[in-house]
Design a protein around this ligand. Structure first.
Ligand code: ATR
Length: 276
């Protein structure tokens, strides 16, 4: 029987994961089927149980179930444990369900593909929610000079710094405390851009040659990337490459083969443009 995979979420209609994994499977000659499944808000554990009981081999997990998936997993990778959230479940040979979080490594690989260096750079992260927590360990393992987390609610940034400061030099602040600071790389991890909002940022925030990365993406440049362009960023990227990157790492965990991400990013970008 063809190996079965799926993505669980709510909502799930617009998920690009089935299209991404279909392209990975074609590229690598893997025989698998990948579906999307709408799961009731309180129904994650039952749905996941059923999926694996029926012979399913692996799941991707999206909003709002990444913490449920963390609880559901019988074993966790170190990066998933640190993230406190799971975006990939895999049935292992011994029958146990392994939980991983590939969001951070997906973002870091995307930056490598873009030719961006993180090592020794001064990095600013905007936001301190679940999305930011999910990427911190892989980002910090790239050995940045310092990572500053700025958030509207200071205490949430402080909590993340307390949890992760063993991995790198870190600092928490509010947006108003960014005046006079300068960075090589700024990553937007707030959900503000979903509403077209932007945290208040000082004009001189970017060093010459700075890179700006938005974990969100859309058919049009995000408000953060528009700000970045107007404020002297040399390099810009949105989160489409991160989306494909996290999928590639999940595929690798399941199938032990690494697909090519660039052709898939190019195809998705073209589709986004066509839908405008
Ligand atoms: P996610 O899983 O997408 O990270 P989250 O955990 O709710 O969602 O976190 C959302 C992040 O975006 C938080 O850092 C939030 O700031 P607060 O911690 O102060 O709530 C940030 N955010 C959302 N809307 C924002 C806005 N309009 N301006 C600034 N930050 C915003």
């Amino acid at each position: 029987m063809t190996d079965q995979y799926a993505v669980f979420g709510n909502p799930i209609n617009h998920s690009k994961s089935p299209a991404i994994h279909k392209q990975f499977a074609e590229q690598t000659g893997q025989d698998l089927h990948y579906a999307k499944q709408l799961v009731a808000e309180d129904g994650f554990a039952t749905a996941a149980q059923t999926f694996f009981a029926q012979g399913g081999k692996g799941l991707n997990i999206t909003v709002p179930f990444k913490i449920d998936a963390y609880s559901f997993a019988q074993e966790l990778t170190p990066r998933a444990r640190r993230a406190g959230a799971v975006n990939t479940l895999a049935l292992r040979a011994d029958g146990k369900i392994l939980g991983d979080n590939t969001d951070g490594i997906g973002m870091v690989h995307d930056m490598h593909n873009l030719g961006w260096d993180i090592q020794d750079k001064r990095v600013l992260i905007l936001g301190a929610g679940g999305a930011v927590r999910g990427i911190l360990q892989p980002l910090l393992e790239e050995r940045p000079a310092q990572v500053v987390i700025a958030n509207r609610t200071l205490s949430k940034a402080q909590e993340l710094v307390a949890e992760f400061h063993d991995l790198a030099d870190m600092k928490a602040c509010e947006f108003s405390q960014l005046a006079g600071e300068q960075f090589d790389l700024v990553i937007n991890g707030t959900s503000a851009s979903l509403n077209g909002d932007l945290p208040p940022l000082p004009a001189q925030l970017l060093k010459p040659g700075a890179s700006c990365y938005d974990m969100m993406y859309g058919a049009e440049p995000t408000v953060f990337l528009t700000w970045a362009e107007q404020n002297g960023a040399a390099k810009l990227a949105d989160g489409l490459g991160m989306l494909v990157g996290q999928a590639a790492e999940a595929f690798y965990l399941w199938r032990d083969i690494r697909p090519e991400v660039i052709p898939v990013i190019t195809a998705l970008r073209r589709q986004l443009g066509e839908k405008k």
